[in-house]
Design a protein. Structure first.
Length: 260
C-alpha cells in the first residue's frame, strides 16, 4: 500500500517526482466477470417444470414421501415438492429472495440402508432457497426466522410450525438469505446447524452474514443426532426447540461510534 500511494502521488505530480511514472505504460482497467445471469426463458421453463413435477406427485405419493422423511404432508405441499418420473427423483423448487423459482433440486428417495440419497439440479437453474413464499410474505416484521440446511430439514422446520428457510448447503446462498431478511425484518435469526464439520464451518460464515440484518442465535441437535429432521423424528417439539433457541447466546453487531 505505501508503494502504491507513492506511485500514485508521482503519477499525479504532487510529490518530489522520484516516483513519477511518466515513462510507464498506463494501467488498463480490469473487467470483472459478472455473476451468472438467468434468462427469462430459463426462469419460465423452471416455473413450468416445477408445476408439472408437483402435479406428478399424487396425494398418496406425497403421504408416502412424508412418512419416509418423518415430516408432514402439509410441509411438502408448501414447498411444492414434486416427482420427476424420468429420473425417479423428488423435486424441490429453489427460490430467490423475491419468491421466484430460480432452480430445482432433485433428490432420491431415502434408502432403507441409510445410504445418503443422491442430489442434483435441473439444468438451467441457479442455487436458491427452500421456503414457502406465501407464508413468508405474510409474516409480521419482528418474527423469529429459522435457517435450516437442505430441503428436507426445511420441511422438518415447517412441520414444527417454524418460519423456516432452507439454504442449499452449509455455506450456500448467504447473500440470498440476507436479501430476504432485509424484506422480512426478523427480530432475530435462529440457525439450526448440522452436527458435522461442514455444518459447523458453514454456520460461522452464515452467522456473520446474517448478523448485519438481525441478531443471530445458533443451535445444534444433541450429540448423536445429525440434523433437524432426525431430531424431529426422535420426538422434538416446537416448545422444546424454542427453549433451545432462547437458551443459546445471541450474536449481534454493536455500533461503537468509531470507538475501538
Amino acid at each position: 500500500m505505501p508503494d502504491a500511494i507513492r506511485w500514485l502521488r508521482g503519477w499525479l505530480g504532487i510529490d518530489d517526482g522520484k516516483h513519477r511514472a511518466i515513462h510507464r505504460k498506463p494501467i488498463e482497467p480490469t473487467m470483472l466477470s459478472s455473476e451468472p445471469v438467468q434468462s427469462e426463458s430459463d426462469r419460465k421453463y423452471l416455473a413450468l417444470a416445477a408445476d408439472v413435477y408437483r402435479r406428478n406427485l399424487s396425494d398418496d405419493g406425497r403421504a408416502y414421501l412424508a412418512g419416509l422423511l418423518n415430516v408432514s404432508t402439509g410441509s411438502l405441499e408448501r414447498l411444492r415438492v414434486g416427482w420427476c418420473p424420468s429420473q425417479q427423483m423428488t423435486t424441490w423448487p429453489m427460490l430467490n429472495a423475491d419468491g421466484d423459482i430460480v432452480g430445482i433440486r432433485t433428490r432420491e428417495i431415502d434408502k432403507p440402508n441409510g445410504e445418503r440419497p443422491k442430489k442434483s439440479s435441473v439444468p438451467g437453474g441457479l442455487g436458491g432457497l427452500f421456503y414457502d413464499p406465501i407464508a413468508m410474505a405474510s409474516i409480521e416484521h419482528g418474527e423469529r426466522v429459522w435457517i435450516t440446511e437442505g430441503a428436507s430439514d426445511t420441511a422438518a422446520g415447517l412441520t414444527l410450525g417454524l418460519a423456516a428457510v432452507g439454504v442449499p448447503s452449509a455455506s450456500g446462498a448467504c447473500d440470498m438469505v440476507a436479501s430476504l431478511g432485509y424484506r422480512l425484518r426478523p427480530c432475530e435469526w435462529v440457525i439450526v446447524g448440522d452436527n458435522d464439520k461442514a455444518g459447523t464451518e458453514g454456520v460461522l460464515k452464515l452467522r456473520t452474514e446474517l448478523a448485519i440484518v438481525a441478531p443471530v442465535r445458533v443451535i445444534y441437535p444433541p450429540e448423536g443426532i445429525k440434523d433437524l429432521r432426525e431430531w424431529l423424528g426422535l420426538g422434538l417439539s416446537r416448545q422444546a426447540i424454542e427453549r433451545e433457541a432462547d437458551a443459546s447466546e445471541q450474536f449481534k453487531l454493536e455500533w461503537t461510534g468509531g470507538a475501538v
